[in-house]
Write a protein that binds this ligand. Sequence first.
Ligand code: ATP
Ligand code: MG
Length: 450
Amino acid sequence: MIVRKNISLPPYALVALSTLEEAGFEAWCVGGFVRDGLIGRDAGDVDIASSASWMQVRSLFEAKGFKTFETGIKHGTLTVLIDSATIEITTFRTDGIYTDKRHPDSVTFVNSLEEDLARRDFTINAIAYHPDRGFCDPYGGQDDIAAKVIRAVGDPLLRFSEDALRVLRGVRLASQLGFSIEETTLAGMNAQKGLLREIAVERIGHELNAFVCGEHVGNALLEYVDIIGEVIPELLPMKGFDQKTPYHIFDVLEHTARCMEHTAAILRVRWAALFHDIGKPASFFTDDAGVGHFYGHAKISVELARTIMRRLRLPRTLINDVLPLVEHHDDVLAATPKSVKRMIQKLGGHTDLFFALTELKRGDASAQAPRCYHRIDLAHELDKTLDDILLAEEAFSLKDLAINGKDLMAEGIEPGPLFTELLGDALEAVIDERVANEHDALIAYIQTRL
Ligand code: ATP
Ligand code: MG
């Protein structure tokens, strides 16, 4: 891999650096932005480390008319808004002990960049960059980027015991970057991974979201399942679970991994892909011919997924999207308007969730035996069917129906539970193409139901 000699900083980062340096402070760009810039990958927010205290940073930038936010002043971090971009500026520091497993109890502010870089988790995250002075890279982070290696800064056992979240950060970086974890670093992770149970669950959820969306999640899941299994032990029975069916060439874990990497990096699709077959080991049996079956596995997967996602305190909106995807991943659908509209109805009328379902189905089929690949084409046809339905503005939920409660009242029907039932019947009739989605036709149909 070619490591770039320079990285380009966005204008707002240059403004931040020069504002600090013109006032006599030292300032560097650090963290994920430098790492991703060197790799040539789209980077997230810019972090700056500087010798200024947060109060000095605040008065400096406020005097120049920039808005500032006290996002982490206990740890020396102030967020500054420049040209509608937010940039975090943190005083050079070392971390204390993490008793609450959430934040270091105390941080000690230090004078040099080198001391600040020493507290960082991995060598690839411990590189600083300044447009005039170039790189400060005391731990060989650039070499590790070139070799695609994730290596702890300092003694892995100690560093992972200070903050076990780093164990999970390492695995999520492997998933995002496709790097491998260096041997002693991995041994340290495995030795300390039990400490992950004490880590604040919100921090874990944040890393897992990044993990599931990683470009290389398939290989990372296969290689580091024992670490992910520390926070989601329900995944472990999938490892090596032989499916004994002609539809599969992989065990359940590898099928899951390949399914994930064949889907777009959409949070709800990736989580659903991780969980879609998690109920298989519990539902497995072989028939007299020795062929494996998993009747009802989707329902068990849903229950496991619900338990896991609630335990991880993932957002309710995410859980509400993931569970129906898991539930219906194996439903047989025909690429006909009727079949597609019925499924959308089951998905609460959410057409975007239907597209998520077809994405999951594509990933699932791509990770099965080649004899199932025709299901990939089917998923594309399902998308096309829905596109046509959307273009024609056809009905698949109550709000699309050409009549509503008011129309029923105009017919002298009393408001009440009967309303929903009648409208539901009318919608089914429209979906089944028994009645046209027109006012008069629907009212005539309703009259026959009374
Ligand atoms: P991302 O691209 O997801 O933002 P990142 O590496 O920048 O990745 P951040 O959480 O933004 O991750 O952290 C910024 C930097 O702070 C990291 O690159 C690393 O140097 C340091 N860091 C973050 N969390 C830890 C931790 N738990 N222990 C040690 N250093 C950490
Ligand atoms: Mg970052």
